[in-house]
Design a protein around this ligand. Structure first.
Ligand SMILES: NC(=O)C1=CN([C@@H]2O[C@H](COP(=O)(O)OP(=O)(O)OC[C@H]3O[C@@H](n4cnc5c(N)ncnc54)[C@H](OP(=O)(O)O)[C@@H]3O)[C@@H](O)[C@H]2O)C=CC1
Ligand SMILES: O=C(O)C1=N[C@H](C(=O)O)C[C@H](O)C1
Length: 229
């Protein structure tokens, strides 16, 4: 991200910070890009918002409670905006959108996310968000509960439930970031799969966020709101 900002003619890299560097180094920046760790991102966000710096956040681990807290900080600091995007890849954003559109037409929807083994959180932010979008679409359409006769299971065998959608997390050496959304109905299934082949895929979305966050009021969750989808 630092290299991408440096290479962009209209942006200036003011302060590249790593763990242990004083956050005060960000004073005077317009925008902060945060790709750190779910355990520290809230502290970073609180400082940025209180100091008038617009955060663009790739770090995951956001649930409804965390998002409400961020909204509270933004309300207390009018004029500061924030973008939190569980995935900055355009193909990933489209995968989530297509899953959201298709979910209402199927009896069952489950998500498998697959990542490199150094990932700190499970399920991924992308899987969590996809599950929320799928659940919301099904609620709006009045789709019934998903069929599942399981009555005896080893703990964890059915994955985690996010908003009623089962999410399964694989951690495998050799992988980067991947997700399958499996949908099934009467006699047919649809699988939507997304593969991150290179982390450069996140760069254009982050740069778009950096350029747009100052003029996008309040809290924006998801890159799709900055795209003409
Ligand atoms: N939204 C998106 O499109 C994407 C989101 N992500 C998310 O971004 C987060 C980071 O992932 P990833 O880059 O793979 O993780 P890495 O561990 O590779 O990188 C995180 C970096 O942040 C540093 N760090 C930790 N705490 C702080 C802090 N308080 N201040 C500054 N730097 C800190 C770490 O230092 P050290 O190594 O010393 O601990 C490390 O260099 C995860 O939540 C991941 O899910 C990742 C890719 C895309
Ligand atoms: O940790 C990662 O690598 C990634 N994290 C994000 C997530 O949790 O969804 C985005 C992408 O999957 C890469």
């Amino acid at each position: 991200m630092c290299k991408a900002v440096e290479a962009a003619g209209d942006l200036e890299l003011v302060a590249p910070l790593d763990k242990g560097d004083p956050i005060e180094g960000l004073t005077g920046c317009d925008v902060v890009v945060d790709f750190t760790h779910p355990d520290v991102v809230m502290g970073n966000l609180e400082w940025c918002i209180a100091h008038g710096v617009h955060p663009v956040v790739g770090t995951t681990g956001f649930d409804a409670g965390r998002l409400a807290t961020v909204r509270g900080w933004l309300d207390a600091n009018p004029g500061v905006n924030a973008l939190i995007a569980p995935n900055f890849g355009i193909a990933a954003v489209l995968m989530m959108r297509f899953a959201q559109q298709a979910a209402r037409y199927f009896d069952s929807v489950e998500i498998i996310e697959l990542h490199h083994p150094n990932k700190a959180d499970a399920p991924s932010g992308t899987a969590r968000r996809t599950a929320e979008l799928v659940a919301e679409a099904r609620r709006k359409a009045g789709t019934g509960p998903m069929p599942d006769a399981t009555s005896a299971e080893l703990d964890g065998a059915r994955g985690a439930e996010v908003d009623g959608v089962h999410v399964h997390a694989v951690r495998l050496a050799g992988l980067i970031a991947h997700q399958e959304v499996l949908m099934g109905g009467d006699g047919e299934t649809l699988t939507i799969r997304h593969d991150t082949m290179n982390r450069s895929s996140f760069t254009p979305g982050v740069l778009l966020g950096v350029r747009r966050v100052r003029e996008t009021p309040g809290l924006t969750v998801g890159l799709e709101h900055l795209l003409d989808l």
